[in-house]
Design a binder for this molecule. Structure first.
Ligand code: DX5
Ligand code: ZN
Length: 217
């Protein structure tokens, strides 16, 4: 089952509730919130207050992608405001296990993200513990970047590892996803697509963008 996770980073923040409602009505299965700290990535974005504002506006699960150097400082706050799944980056954690355990202890789902230059084998020890592996298809930090051409091969390798170690784990891709690159990612084995620009800035609008992406399923 293919899930589409609109990334609100590309939304019009003066219309956030209405835009998320439109994506939900058009069949989005989750909402993706990109959190950037200006250290792990060269950009700043949203804090827990955004999840708090969004929570009563949608019935969809909210996934929080923590592009931050110290995820342990923020996880609890995002969960308290309504996050259902918290994704942390492998690159900032010498051992991701305590962080993943903490998220699970708080009763939420845990995800682990890999940057495009992190060997996919880094996932192996954590696969039995996670609900979602996020294979970045751009270097994180900004919306609207181009899908990296080496991504399908990496996605296919992550798919093999998931099938071997934890077939229930979702394989999510994030960065430069539109109808064309989505089809490459899905063919390579992805089952959750994060889409920012391709939905919220689609010239034909949010609903039409969702229809195009759903045609892949
Ligand atoms: C990248 C973020 C992405 C981003 C995707 O730094 O993690 O979620 O918003 O945006 P698009 O779809 O615009 O590449
Ligand atoms: Zn993201």
């Amino acid at each position: 089952m293919l899930h589409i996770s609109p990334s609100i980073l590309a939304a019009d923040f003066s219309q956030l509730g209405a835009q998320v409602a439109e994506a939900e009505a058009a069949g989005a299965q989750r909402i993706h919130v990109d959190v950037m700290d200006g250290h792990f990535v060269p950009n700043l974005s949203m804090g827990p207050v955004v999840v708090e504002g969004l929570r009563p506006q949608t019935r969809l699960p909210i996934e929080v992608h923590l592009m931050v150097e110290q995820p342990e400082k923020f996880t609890q706050a995002f969960i308290a405001k309504g996050a259902d799944l918290v994704i942390v980056h492998h690159e900032v954690l010498a051992d991701a296990r305590p962080m993943l355990d903490e998220i699970k202890k708080l009763g939420k789902k845990a995800g682990l993200a890999l940057n495009p230059n992190t060997p996919v084998e880094a996932l192996i020890p954590y696969l039995p513990l996670i609900d979602l592996a996020l294979c970045m298809t751009v270097f994180p930090g900004f919306g609207g970047q181009a899908f990296l051409p080496e991504s399908p091969a990496r996605i296919a390798r992550v798919r093999q590892l998931i099938d071997e170690h934890n077939p229930r784990c979702d394989l999510e891709v994030d960065g430069g996803i539109d109808a064309r690159t989505a089809s490459l990612a899905v063919k390579a084995g992805a089952n959750v697509l994060v889409v920012g620009t391709g939905i919220f800035r689609h010239p034909a609008g949010i609903t039409a963008a969702m229809r195009e992406l759903q045609a892949l399923a």
